[in-house]
Write a protein that binds this ligand. Structure first.
Ligand code: NAP
Length: 323
């Protein structure tokens, strides 16, 4: 058995129950990990609330880091004692767990377990959004919503290091200051300012090449007004609620725009894709291009409070749960 944070019935943060959970020996192609750090992500709240359907009961979370403690049959790429990290494998909120060996990566020297747990999902998301969804060029200008958040801080620093001009939004002046300190060229408090009007001003009326929007319902429509003709709207999350486009002609009216709604699962389907992304991410961290801000930690048993803080917009940067 291991201690885990389990959802039996989807709902609010109180649906997260700390209890003993069965832990089997690793099967073929699996390894057991003693976890040292677990990443908190907004998707954990969608799964807990039922927005993203899950089969219950399930152990929450999908990102973490730790030490390999047992190898299943056929695993040759890892050895006992290796420090590893992963994303996209449900069951992370636990002291110990099994993972598919092909879906974990070694943590390089110089990167702490907490940092690795903080960046596997958020940083790989930043990677595919900036390098694959739209290979960002240095003369381009982007708008990144929730720039002081987990994905936002990593992605805006990375975009800056690629030479792009970065406009970031955030919901308070304090968060705007943080986003500016992290390297955004311009920041907009979208709680108090009309961000579309401000983006037009900042771009001399042209609009940005790409909008990256993980906020969703409350920002989607106005974000279309921030784009240049034939620009790209990347709607990659729904922190404020799910987006729907009732009338697709809005895209022609607003400039023959492109829209995509991507997710990590489709960008990291093979081990090679995972290794390419993780390699670039760890290199960006060790070179200093991305400084990872583990702004807050919670004991694993306080996962419900961590969810409350994330959903109440109280957090900045990455939050890590400590088993
Ligand atoms: N598609 C993918 O592959 C993928 C992968 C990872 C993450 N994501 C998405 O990326 C987004 C960011 O994830 P994250 O884990 O790094 O979270 P986060 O950015 O640390 O937290 C979400 C932020 O959204 C902003 N927000 C605006 N309206 C909100 C509302 N009504 N309720 C809650 N937050 C609101 C808040 O910042 P302000 O206070 O500054 O507004 C909040 O801090 C999420 O939508 C997540 O689902 C998508």
């Amino acid at each position: 058995m291991t201690r885990a944070v389990v959802v039996h019935q989807t709902g609010g943060p109180e649906a997260l129950s700390v209890e003993d959970w069965p832990l089997a020996s690793p099967g073929p192609g699996q390894v057991a990990i003693r976890q040292t750090a677990v990443g908190l992500n907004f998707i954990d709240t969608y799964q807990r609330s039922g927005l993203y359907p899950m089969q219950t009961p399930f152990v929450a979370g999908s990102e973490g880091a730790g030490v390999v403690t047992a190898l299943g049959e056929g695993v040759t790429s890892l050895k006992l004692g290796d420090r590893v990290a992963y994303q996209g494998q449900i069951g992370a909120y636990a002291d110990e767990r099994l993972v598919v060996a092909d879906r974990v990566v070694p943590i390089p020297d110089g990167v702490s377990d907490q940092t690795a747990a903080a960046i596997m999902l958020k940083g790989l998301t930043a990677f595919y959004l900036l390098f694959k969804t739209w290979p960002l060029a240095k003369d381009e200008t982007i708008l990144w919503h929730a720039a002081a958040g987990g994905v936002g801080q990593i992605a805006t620093q990375w975009a800056k290091s690629l030479g792009a001009t970065v406009i970031g939004t955030a919901g308070s002046d304090e968060k705007c200051d943080l986003a500016k300190a992290q390297g955004c060229d311009h920041v907009i408090n979208y709680s108090t300012q009309d961000f579309a009007a401000r983006v037009r001003e900042l771009t001399g009326g042209r609009g940005v090449d790409v909008v990256y929007d993980g906020v969703g319902k409350s920002t989607f429509e106005k974000s279309l007004d921030c784009l240049r003709p034939r620009g790209l709207m990347v709607s990659f999350g729904n922190a404020s609620g799910v987006v729907s486009i009732p009338d697709v002609t809005v895209l022609s009216r607003k400039g023959s725009l492109y829209v995509t709604r991507p997710t990590t699962a489709h960008y990291f389907q093979t081990r090679d894709e995972l290794l390419e992304g993780a390699g670039k991410l760890f290199a960006a961290v060790t070179s200093g291009a991305i400084k990872v801000d583990v702004a807050r930690t919670f004991p694993l048993a306080e996962a419900a409070n961590a969810h409350r803080a994330l959903e109440a917009r109280e957090t900045t940067g990455s939050v890590v749960l400590l088993p």
